[in-house]
Design a protein around this ligand. Structure first.
Ligand code: ZN
Length: 270
């Protein structure tokens, strides 16, 4: 990637590099441009952008300007494809690998930190977390390390058993209360899913035991071993999960390396 035009024609150019290159050349305002204006400006500058690079650049603009990547699963699904060098489609459901989701989150956080005035990084909504957990579980991965840890409790299937009423349920609010004993899902008030204050005051709903449907502790230990020393992974669910995580972590690391190498070269292009 020795020149401005090569930066745009190579499909391998990292989205973050495209973003920074555009800011260097046109200032941060480019993120407000319509796609046609962006294309035109690039053509005028002597670059013929690969289609996928336009998608990537537009995805970065969407991420710095709006929060939907963090709040809406469909937007997350769409933009994550572009950030991973795939032609994004909102009509077809494309499976995102754990590594691709790690990379997308990584890039999104980096983008938010790049523009100092827009430096806050939103928290992921329950909706996006559920989507990420579902994708991971479909790939036999139920332990999610950073940067996907926001969905870890869902992938693990964190549940509780109540010692008082005997109910067993998924942890939704994670406030240590039994939803049944405090009438969380009561339809009397449709404003929120708040506990009944009278029951709460009587100390109800506190006798719960949390457990994971898909225990993560073993995966965590094996993954740490696999990352630091050479171990032989077996054909057991735990190790299969670990081996998939290793692939994901290596992919995310590779993409970060690509970004850093390309950023160094960008200095000579600018
Ligand atoms: Zn209960």
């Amino acid at each position: 990637m020795s020149s401005w035009s090569a930066l745009w024609s190579s499909e391998e150019t990292h989205p973050f590099v495209l973003f920074r290159a555009l800011v260097q050349k046109y200032g941060a305002e480019w993120v407000n441009w319509a796609p046609a204006v962006l294309r035109q400006s690039l053509h005028k500058s002597g670059a013929t952008p690969a289609r996928i690079n336009l998608s990537k650049a537009l995805a970065t603009a969407a991420i710095v300007q709006r929060d939907e990547f963090w709040t809406n699963w469909e937007v997350f699904h769409f933009l994550a494809q572009a950030l991973n060098n795939n032609t994004p489609s909102s009509r077809d459901m494309q499976e995102l690998t754990v590594g691709q989701m790690m990379t997308a989150v990584d890039i999104a956080e980096h983008l938010r930190k790049e523009l100092k005035t827009l430096s806050y990084v939103p928290s992921f909504s329950d909706e996006v977390a559920r989507f990420v957990a579902a994708q991971a579980k479909a790939q036999a991965v139920w332990y999610l390390p950073a940067p996907l840890d926001f969905a870890a409790h869902l992938a693990a299937g964190k549940s509780y058993r109540c010692g008082d009423c005997g109910s067993e349920s998924e942890v939704v609010f994670d406030d240590g209360l039994c939803d049944t004993c405090i009438e969380r899902w009561s339809m009397d008030s449709l404003k929120d899913w708040a506990p009944n204050p009278a029951l709460l005051q009587r100390g109800r709903g506190r006798n719960i035991t949390i457990f994971e449907k898909n225990p993560t502790e073993k995966v965590k230990t094996r993954l740490a071993q696999a990352l630091t020393s050479k171990i032989t992974l077996l054909e057991k669910p735990t190790d299969v999960c670990v081996s998939r995580l290793l692939v994901a972590i290596q992919y995310a690391a590779l993409r970060r390396r690509q970004r850093d190498e390309q950023l160094l070269m960008l200095k000579s292009v600018a």
